[in-house]
Design a protein around this ligand. Structure first.
Ligand SMILES: NC(=O)c1ccc[n+]([C@@H]2O[C@H](COP(=O)([O-])OP(=O)(O)OC[C@H]3O[C@@H](n4cnc5c(N)ncnc54)[C@H](OP(=O)(O)O)[C@@H]3O)[C@@H](O)[C@H]2O)c1
Length: 246
């Protein structure tokens, strides 16, 4: 009998992470739910364990605590088949312009923290010649815009990182998937007035990730309309772009 595979979810209290974890639980995966808020993580773990009758372990993980990452991964008794980087931090653009500590927290979480833990995971997957890595990046990284360019630049860096990691790992049969969700109704966007037609639910993200990994895709926009929107935004000539406030 083959053992059930494990999924490592980093930033597991994210609404998208929980939805994705549940989709993998449905498919019979066991789960490592890793988050800096262990108490909340334990609650989610207990709920998923009860519903899906799988093994779920809640673990302490802080993306900004780089020096702990190697021991964190070494401590996983069964190494995972897949890893999802869902953690992320978005401060309001104008606040981050005025307060470098907010800009730094976005850089440290969304980029440096992701690189730190993913290099450790990638080395293991590369050596085992199997596995999949999913990174939740953002359409905000597709073109720097005045309303969100500090957060956007951290996601641009993360998308470029994932593209390079994919290039490196392709020969080792390791899949690297970049997810650009568009707007999603989560804790992160709870204060924003998002257009319903352009906004996905966390469950749609979970399903899209699961299906994209099955189909071995490299990059997805969760709602396909975002691919078109970003194509237009990226190709807007500067003389038009500079007149907008986006
Ligand atoms: N919502 C959107 O519209 C949208 C769109 C595009 C991309 N994204 C990206 O999607 C991902 C998931 O976000 P979400 O919308 O699901 O938001 P969310 O529910 O607010 O989740 C973000 C999670 O990141 C965790 N986190 C923040 N800093 C961390 C750190 N230093 N170490 C470990 N965990 C940390 C938070 O943990 P705590 O629970 O401890 O605070 C939180 O659970 C993020 O990368 C975000 O940038 C979101």
């Amino acid at each position: 009998m083959t053992e059930s595979p494990w999924l490592l979810v980093l930033g597991a209290n994210s609404d998208m992470a929980i939805a994705t974890a549940k989709r993998y639980a449905q498919a019979g995966y066991n789960l490592y739910l890793a988050s800096r808020n262990l108490e909340e993580c334990e609650k989610n773990a207990a709920d998923i364990r009860l519903r899906y009758k799988i093994e779920v372990q809640a673990l302490q993980f802080d993306a900004q605590d780089f020096s702990t990452h190697a021991n964190f991964y070494a401590g996983l008794v069964v190494k995972p088949k897949g890893a999802l980087v869902a953690f992320g931090f978005m401060a309001e653009q104008q606040l981050a312009q005025a307060d470098f500590s907010l800009a730094k927290a976005m850089i440290d979480t969304n980029y440096t923290g992701a690189v730190s833990i993913l290099e450790i995971i990638a080395a293991d997957f590369e050596q085992r010649q199997s596995g999949f890595i999913v990174g939740i990046s953002s359409v905000a990284g597709d073109r720097g815009r005045m309303s969100n360019y500090i957060y956007g630049s951290t996601k641009a860096a993360f998308s470029a990182y994932l593209a390079g990691l994919r290039h490196r790992l392709i020969k080792s049969k390791v899949l690297v998937l970049t997810v650009k969700p568009g707007f999603v109704a989560t804790k992160m966007t709870a204060d924003l007035d998002l257009p319903a037609k352009l906004t996905a639910k966390p469950e749609q993200v979970g399903n899209a990730i699961f299906n994209a990994v099955e189909k071995k895709k490299s990059t997805i926009y969760v709602k396909p309309i975002w691919c078109l929107i970003m194509l237009i935004i990226v190709h807007l000539p500067n003389f038009v772009f500079y007149k907008t406030k986006m």
